[in-house]
Design a protein around this ligand. Structure first.
Ligand SMILES: *Cc1c(COP(=O)(O)O)cnc(C)c1O
Length: 451
C-alpha cells in the first residue's frame, strides 16, 4: 500500500477536469500537470487540491506568457531588440499573408518555366537601394559577417585588421572579436581605444592580411580625445595594399536619418560604398525596418563569390523573410519609407502624442491611481543612434495601493502585455512606440488590473 501522503496526490484526470478548458493544447496541459504532480511526490507534505491547482495554473500561465505574442511597447525604444526590433510595414504583412498561404515562385523562373534564381528581384532592388553593383541576403547581420570572414580568410591570409576602438559588444552575447575568432580569422588590432590613425592601419597590413574591417560602434559613442580615419582614407590605403575593405554598418539606415526628428546622421550603405568600401553589411530589421536579415552589398565579383560559398546555403533566408524584405525595400525605393513603422514613429508630432495621452488619462478616471501626462525621451535603440534622444510624451501612472514594481509586473502579465518603465517614482508609458490602435488595449489592460 502507498504511504498516506502519496495516496493524497490527486489523479491526473481529476486535476484536468478541475482545471477546465484552457487555450493551451491538451498534451501540453497534461505534461505540465504530470510534472507538477511528480514534484509533489518528492515533497514531504502534499498540499490540498486547491493549492495544487493554483500551482498548476501558475505554471500554465507562465508557459502561456512565453508564447510569442504582440505586446504594447511603452518603453520609448523604437528598435527594441527584446521586443522584436522593427515592426513590419502593413504592406510587408500583406505580402507575408499572400506568400505564406500559397505556392510562390521563390526559386522558379516564370519566363522559361524552369528552376530560377532565389531572390533575384530582391537582390536586384537591394543593389539599387544601396547604389551597389550587387547585393545579397542571409539570416542576419552576424551571419553576413561570418560568411564574409570565412570567405576572405584562407590560410595563409587570415589577418583581419581592425581598430581597437571598434572591438565592440553588441547586444547580449554578440562580440566582434568572438565572431572573428569563430570564423577562423586572426585578430590584428590596431591603434588604441580612443585613437586609431591611418599609419596604424598601414603598419599592420602585411602579406597575411585577409581584409581590413571597419565596424560601426552602434550602441555607444566616444567623445573627447578621439580620432579614427574616415572610410575614404582607409579605402585608399586598402586599395593600394590590394586588400579588401569591409564595413559592418549595423543599423542599415538607407534614409537620411538627420531628416527624421532631428536625429544625428547615420552612415548609409550607399555612402560607405561610394567612399570606397568593397563590401558593406547591415541588419534588415534595424533602421531598414524589415524582417530579420543580414544584407551584403558591394562589388559584384565579391558578392557572387560569397554566394558560391557552400556555407551560404546554410545561411539563406526563407520565402517569408525574402518576400517581406522585398516589399520593405520597394517601399524605400518608391519613397514610401514613412509607411515603415520605426521611421514614421520617430516623426509623430508632440501635439498628436499629447492628444492621445489626454484621451488615455480621461479613460482611466475613477481607478485607484493617479494618471497624468509626462515628458519622455524616446530613442531609436537596437544599437543605433545612441546619441539621439527624441522628445516624447508619456502617460504617467502612480497606483495608490500597489507598489510600482508590482504594478509593472501586473501590466506585463496582462493580455496583451503592456511594457513600460519606472522613472522618478512613476510608471511611465511612452506613446511614441505605442501604435494608436493599441491605446484602447492599453486602457482596457489597466482597467482590468486588480489594484
Ligand atoms: C546589430 C549589429 C550586428 C548584429 O546584427 P544582427 O542582425 O542582429 O545579427 C552586427 N554588427 C553591428 C555593428 C550591429 O550594430
Amino acid at each position: 500500500m502507498k504511504p498516506a501522503s502519496l495516496r493524497s496526490i490527486p489523479a491526473v484526470e481529476k486535476v484536468l477536469q478541475a482545471l477546465g478548458t484552457h487555450d493551451l493544447s491538451r498534451p501540453v496541459v497534461v505534461a505540465v500537470v504530470r510534472r507538477e504532480l511528480a514534484a509533489l511526490r518528492s515533497s514531504r507534505k502534499v498540499p490540498g487540491l486547491d493549492t495544487v491547482l493554483a500551482r498548476i495554473r501558475h505554471s500554465l500561465e507562465f508557459l502561456r506568457r512565453a508564447r510569442i505574442q504582440p505586446v504594447v511597447n511603452g518603453t520609448g525604444i523604437l528598435v527594441h531588440t527584446n521586443l522584436g526590433r522593427s515592426p513590419l510595414a502593413p504592406a510587408a504583412v500583406e505580402t507575408l499573408t499572400a506568400i505564406g498561404s500559397s505556392y510562390n515562385n521563390v526559386e522558379y523562373d516564370l519566363s522559361d518555366g524552369e528552376r530560377g534564381k532565389r531572390a533575384s528581384y530582391l537582390e536586384h532592388n537591394l543593389a539599387i537601394l544601396c547604389r551597389a553593383e550587387a547585393a545579397t541576403v542571409v539570416n542576419n547581420n552576424a551571419a553576413a559577417l561570418v560568411l564574409i570572414l570565412r570567405h576572405l580568410c584562407a590560410a595563409p591570409k587570415c589577418d583581419v585588421v581592425i581598430s581597437r576602438g571598434e572591438l565592440v559588444q553588441i547586444g547580449g552575447e554578440f562580440r566582434i572579436p568572438d565572431i572573428l575568432e569563430a570564423s577562423g580569422a586572426r585578430l590584428r588590432e590596431v591603434g588604441t581605444t580612443n585613437k586609431t590613425l591611418i599609419c596604424d592601419y598601414e603598419k599592420a597590413i602585411r602579406r597575411e592580411t585577409a581584409l581590413v574591417l571597419k565596424v560601426h560602434r552602434s550602441n555607444f559613442f566616444m567623445e573627447g580625445f578621439v580620432e579614427s580615419p574616415p572610410t575614404e582614407q582607409i579605402a585608399a590605403l586598402a586599395r593600394r595594399k590590394r586588400v579588401p575593405l569591409v564595413e559592418d554598418l549595423g543599423s542599415g539606415a538607407v534614409t537620411e536619418t538627420e531628416k527624421l526628428a532631428g536625429l544625428e546622421h547615420e552612415p548609409t550603405p550607399a555612402e560607405v560604398l561610394r567612399h570606397g568600401a568593397d563590401l558593406v553589411c547591415f541588419s534588415g530589421d534595424k533602421l531598414l525596418g524589415g524582417p530579420q536579415a543580414g544584407i551584403i552589398a558591394g562589388n559584384a565579383r565579391r558578392v557572387a563569390a560569397l554566394k558560391r560559398e557552400p556555407f551560404f546555403r546554410a545561411l539563406r533566408c526563407d520565402k517569408l523573410i525574402l518576400s517581406a524584405l522585398q516589399t520593405t525595400v520597394d517601399l524605400h525605393l518608391k519613397g514610401d519609407s514613412l509607411d515603415i513603422p520605426v521611421l514614421s514613429m520617430s516623426g509623430i508630432s508632440m501635439d498628436e502624442l499629447r492628444t492621445r495621452a489626454e484621451h488615455i488619462v480621461i479613460a482611466l478616471a475613477g481607478l485607484p491611481l493617479k494618471a497624468g501626462i509626462g515628458a519622455g525621451r524616446a530613442q531609436m535603440g537596437g544599437g543605433t543612434l545612441p546619441r539621439s534622444v527624441i522628445p516624447s510624451v508619456t502617460v504617467d501612472l502612480t497606483p495608490e495601493k500597489v507598489a510600482l514594481p508590482e504594478f509593472a509586473k501586473r501590466l506585463r502579465e496582462s493580455v496583451p502585455p503592456v511594457i513600460g518603465y519606472i522613472s522618478g517614482g512613476r510608471f511611465k508609458l511612452d506613446l511614441r512606440t505605442i501604435f494608436p490602435r493599441q491605446d484602447q488595449d492599453l486602457v482596457r489592460a489597466i482597467r482590468l488590473l486588480s489594484l
